[in-house]
Design a protein around this ligand. Structure first.
Ligand code: IPE
Ligand code: IPE
Ligand code: MG
Length: 241
């Protein structure tokens, strides 16, 4: 049996705080260790011919955390993105951010834009970072775009279809995630890619994100390879096609 590799892998990078707590360390050290794993997982994905890797770094709900933790995370994103630029180019990785950027500080916004521009023509892995992202925010901003089109008489309400909605969501130009991975032990979506995960295979593991590595990724890929994706059809139909 040939092993099927998912084209798009979406991960919730969860468990940083508990990883730190277990070691009697402050939470921020868990975040730092977690950021340090991105490179290993991106490299492993490149090695496996995964085309798109979408990583959730910060949710719209995470603003509610203690101010010092939020401030540390924002600083970490800036430092991390700045440092990653060279390696992104060396590995031919296209970098993108999805989420509500307007609430990020202007300096971080400029750094994101600059990094996206710089890596725009890289044809290797597409690395998407979800930053100040949530699934409900995504659907809401999509509805606002469609409402504007209707007001401008560019679109009739009856012409709104799953395709026109899909076209104004984040990740519109990319295929939907095939495999979702949540380390950290929680078995929930927590407002991640709600629309886009409709038919995604879901994999959960107790391992905290800072301990997640190429071996753990391999386990998730093996799980994925055993799934039969039916998209509402029957097994018999799939066998025939
Ligand atoms: C994920 O790790 C990182 C962010 C949400 C920014 P957590 O900080 O949620 O770690 P736990 O869940 O408390 O262990
Ligand atoms: C989801 O994790 C957000 C990120 C990892 C960026 P949370 O830790 O915020 O989710 P809950 O609160 O456990 O659902
Ligand atoms: Mg968490």
């Amino acid at each position: 049996m040939g092993v099927t590799i998912p084209k798009h892998v979406a991960i919730i990078m969860d468990g940083n705080g508990r990883w730190a707590k277990k070691r009697n360390l402050p939470r921020f050290m868990g975040h730092r260790a977690g950021a340090g794993k991105i490179r290993e997982i991106a490299d492993a994905c490149i090695g496996k011919n995964v085309e798109i890797l979408t990583l959730w770094a910060f949710s719209t709900e995470n603003w509610g955390r203690p101010a010092e933790e939020v401030a540390y995370l924002m600083k970490l994103f800036s430092v991390y993105i700045k440092r990653a630029q060279k390696e992104l180019m060396e590995h031919n990785v296209q970098f993108r951010v999805i989420g509500d950027r307007e609430k990020l500080n202007p300096k971080l916004q400029r750094l994101i834009e600059q990094t996206e521009q710089k890596t725009l023509n890289n044809a290797g892995l597409k690395l998407v970072i979800a930053l100040n992202y949530s699934g409900r925010w995504d659907i809401t901003q999509a509805m606002q775009k469609l409402a504007k089109q209707v007001l401008a008489k560019q679109l009739k309400p009856e012409d709104i279809t799953t395709e026109t909605i899909q076209a104004v969501l984040c990740l519109a130009d990319l295929s939907e995630p095939d495999l979702f991975i949540r380390p950290g032990g929680e078995q929930r979506i927590s407002n991640y890619l709600l629309w886009q995960l409709a038919y995604t295979e879901l994999y959960f593991t107790e391992v905290f994100w800072p301990d997640f590595n190429a071996i753990e990724l391999e386990k998730a890929l093996q799980f994925y390879a055993t799934r039969e994706r039916r998209f509402g059809l029957t097994s018999e139909q799939l066998e025939k096609s």
